[in-house]
Design a protein around this ligand. Structure first.
Ligand code: DQA
Length: 141
């Protein structure tokens, strides 16, 4: 199982950025934990502050990987291009957000990703990523 975690703008500042909203852990530290938790999953991680680079990564991984966990950050609320890329690829995309965007400003209630996503997980802090990875794994009841 191959899963890409793709983070958008300003998420490289996790740990320093508005810790009251996004917590105090860096993504690199969290990613190391994810790798040890999901040993059987080949996890790839990429972050960019540039819209076109996020689209390029979706195109690059979106025909061979089993899943993409996408936090497009602020581009979620503005980017027709990222929404179109999610529609264009074959790999299912789960949209995640650290914060509950619906509890926040109104402009964060709009997502150009959701209509094309397999599902959306938001508001669980960094645990949102873990829940998204789990959604790709087969669970037996
Ligand atoms: C975010 C929510 C977005 O509204 C915001 O622009 C971000 C992070 C989240 O993970 O909660 O940068 O995607």
């Amino acid at each position: 199982m191959k899963i890409l975690i793709l983070n958008g703008p300003n998420l490289n500042l996790l740990g320093k950025r508005e810790p009251e909203v996004y917590g105090s852990q860096t993504f690199d530290d969290y990613f190391a934990k994810l790798q040890s938790k999901f040993k059987d999953v080949q996890l790839e991680y990429y972050q960019s502050n540039i819209e076109g680079e996020i689209i390029e990564k979706l195109q690059e991984f979106g025909f061979s990987y089993d899943g993409i966990v996408l936090n497009a950050a602020a581009y979620t609320h503005t980017s027709v291009g990222i929404g179109d890329a999610v529609k264009a690829i074959k790999t299912p995309v789960v949209e995640v957000h650290i914060s509950n965007t619906h509890k926040r400003e109104e402009f964060r209630h709009v997502s150009y990703i959701s209509p094309a996503a397999k599902g959306v997980i938001l508001g669980f802090g960094l645990q949102s990523y873990e829940l998204a990875i789990m959604s790709f794994l087969e669970v037996s009841a």
